[in-house]
Design a protein around this ligand. Structure first.
Ligand code: ATP
Length: 246
């Protein structure tokens, strides 16, 4: 059974000398280690969330309120500093560009690597199917990702991440770098993935999008859950990631 259980989870980012504004402190800091003075930012503060199959959760809140960090915790990118995270089911995290890629490796090696990380076998047929979705020239498969534009890179990463269905789908904002045509095609593929996933969590500043797509909206503030709103099922039409134009 697919589920997410976060119990009193905190995540602290260590800050390495970011607040040592004084020159004297900076110079002396190298000579005198100040014990017990590790500075941190608590990005997620005592968060508890339970989600079972069927959950569609929106994460809202101002810049820096901890939405992306919370998604990364659920994805297993970061371990919690304290508290407990228990996940059942495979996760597809769509958390932004460059996650887990090596820009010096050629595109097809990166695709193979990403597939292996998510427990899939990178067969020729799978890589070809992914490449066909990107609509990029065939020869580009053998070029390092460093040579790709951000839109091309997004195509490769998106096509790879969405090649297989997910039990749990994590989405952090969405697809601003790709051109119109690809965005439409990507949206169709994404909607398909969303409808198949048992649990979907979307972090966004777009309240109408969260209201259209989610059954529960968690508002974060300074890493804490400030409030949770249940979206009435009657006001939740079939999932649309974008506003329909009249
Ligand atoms: N790698 C990092 N190192 C140190 N602090 C970080 C790091 N990433 C985020 N933070 C801090 O953690 C807090 C939460 O950031 P996070 O990116 O999770 O917020 P967010 O709600 O997703 O913001 P936004 O809406 O702007 O994307 C912020 O105070 C931010 O400055």
């Amino acid at each position: 059974m697919v589920s997410i259980s976060l119990r009193n989870v905190c995540l602290d980012y260590p800050l390495y000398g970011a607040y040592d504004y004084s020159l004297k402190r900076r110079l002396l800091g190298h000579l005198i280690r100040e014990q017990g003075e590790m500075r941190i930012i608590r990005a997620v503060d005592n968060v508890s969330i339970e989600a079972a199959a069927g959950a569609r959760i929106g994460l809202a809140g101002p810049n820096g309120s901890g939405k992306s960090t919370l998604l990364r915790l659920i994805a297993g990118v970061y371990p919690p500093s304290s508290g407990n995270v228990a996940i059942k089911g495979n996760i597809v995290p769509l958390l932004g560009l460059n996650a887990g890629v090596n820009l010096d490796f050629v595109a097809e090696d990166n695709i193979a690597l990403l597939l292996r990380i998510s427990g899939r076998k990178p067969s020729r047929a799978v890589i070809d199917e992914i490449w066909a979705f990107t609509e990029l020239e065939e020869r580009m498969q053998r070029l390092p990702l460093r040579m790709f534009s951000s839109g091309m890179l997004m195509r490769v990463l998106f096509a790879t991440a969405t090649a297989f269905p997910a039990d749990i789908l994590l989405l952090d904002e969405w697809l601003s770098v790709v051109d119109e045509h690809f965005a439409e095609k990507a949206q169709r593929r994404l909607l398909n993935l969303v409808s198949q996933a048992a649990i979907v969590i979307i972090a966004s500043h777009d309240q109408p999008l969260l209201r259209r797509t989610c059954t529960r909206i968690i508002n974060l503030d300074h890493g804490r859950i400030a409030s949770t709103a249940v979206v009435e099922p009657t006001s939740t039409p079939p999932i649309e990631l974008r506003e329909k134009r009249a």
